[in-house]
Design a protein around this ligand. Sequence first.
Ligand SMILES: [Zn+2]
Length: 419
Amino acid sequence: MLRLRIATLALLGFGLMPAMAAGLVGARALGRPDSGPVVSAVAVEQSGAKAKLVFQMTAQAPVTALVLDEPARIVVDMPDTAFILDPASGSAASLGDRGLIKSYRFGQFAPGKSRIVIDLRGPAKVVRAMSEPTESGGAYRLVVELAGTDLPAFRAAAAESARQMAAGGIAAPVDKSKPLVVLDPGHGGADTGATNGDIVEKSVVFEFARALAKRLEIDGLVRVMMTRTDDTFVPLTDRVRIAEEADANLFVSIHADTLREHDVQGATVYTLSDKASDALAARVAEQENDADRAGGLVDTAEAAGVSDILSDLARRETRVLGRSFARSLVAYWREVGELNKNPLRSARFRVLKAADFPSVLFELGYMSNTHDLGQLTSAEWRERAVASVASSIERFLRAPQPDIPAAVAGATVAADGMR
Ligand SMILES: [Zn+2]
C-alpha cells in the first residue's frame, strides 16, 4: 500500500497563509538572498522498506547526502534554499506512525547553505539524492530515495559520513548567522533542586539538556549553548547574563521539580508575567527564585530588588514571542509526552527576565509524581522527548525574530495557534 502525502502552498492555503507570508517576509528581513532555489511543495511516499521525498524546486542545485547515527538520520545539504512550506508538514504527527521516514525538518544551516534532516525509524541507505529537471520541463525537483538496510551496513555508512564531515569540513564551524538557543539546566552544585529518593533534579535536567544540545548540534540548524556544562552552581542572574552576552535568540530553562500535590503531573511551560497565572505557578516561581539561597549564595541586593522590575525589563514583544514559543513547545510535546492539565502557566521567574530574547521555564514533569518520575529516569522516554523539544526549538528559531516589524511577529503568533 503506497502512502502519499502532499503539502503545497495552495492546499494548505486556507489556514496557513499568515505563517507562510510571515515566513517570506521574515526570510527577507533576515537577509536571505532572493536568488537561490525556492521549494514550494513536498511529497512523501512510503511503502515497506522504501521511502521517497520529492521537493518541487525553482532551480537545480548540487546536493550532498550523509548518513548519521545516534539517532539514525540522513542529512541532505544544498545551497541556500528558501523553503516556503509549513514546517509542521515534516512532523511525526503528519507523517503517521509507519514507514522508514519518521519525520523531517529543513532550513538554513550556514550562510549560503541549507539542510534537510530526515529522522529514520530504522537503518536506511540513500539510493538516490539529486536535483533534476521535471519531465514537463521548466521546473525542478529534489528527490531523496531511501531503502532499508541492515545495521552493520548503516553503521559503516555513518562512519564514512563522519570521516567525510571531519575531512571536508561539511559540518559548519561556529557560524554566527545561525540563531542561538541557550539551554539552562536548572540548579547544580550545592543546589540539588528537587530530590526523590536518590534521584536529584539537577542531574535529571542536566542529562536532558545535554542530550537536547547534542541533538540540536547534529541537526545543525541552530547554535546551542548551555549555562552549565557540568555539576556546578550557577546563580540565576549569571544564567541570564550568559545568554545576554552570547546574544541569544531563545532561552530555555529546564526543570523537574517536586510539588506537595503528588497527583500533579505532566509537562508545564512557564513564561514570565507580572501576576502569577495561578497559585501553583506562583509557588513554583518562589521555589525556583530561591535557587541562589539553596546554592549558598547570600541574598544579593540585585536578587532582592530585581523581582519588582521584572515586567519593566522584559519587553512586551519579547514576552509575546516567549508565549508563542511556549504554545509551540506544548503542541510538539503533545505528540510524545504527557502535559499538565494546564500546561501553559506564568509567574515572576527571575531567570526569565531577559529583555532581548524570549525565555521559558520548562518543567519536564514533576519528580513528586510517581508516573512522571518513571519517565524522567527513562532513557527511551528522554530520546523521544528530546526530539520533540528540538523540533519545536528549530521551528521557532526559523520563524521571524523580535527585531522584525511587530505586524509580522503578530502574524506568526496568530498562525502558531492554528497548527
Ligand atoms: Zn527546578
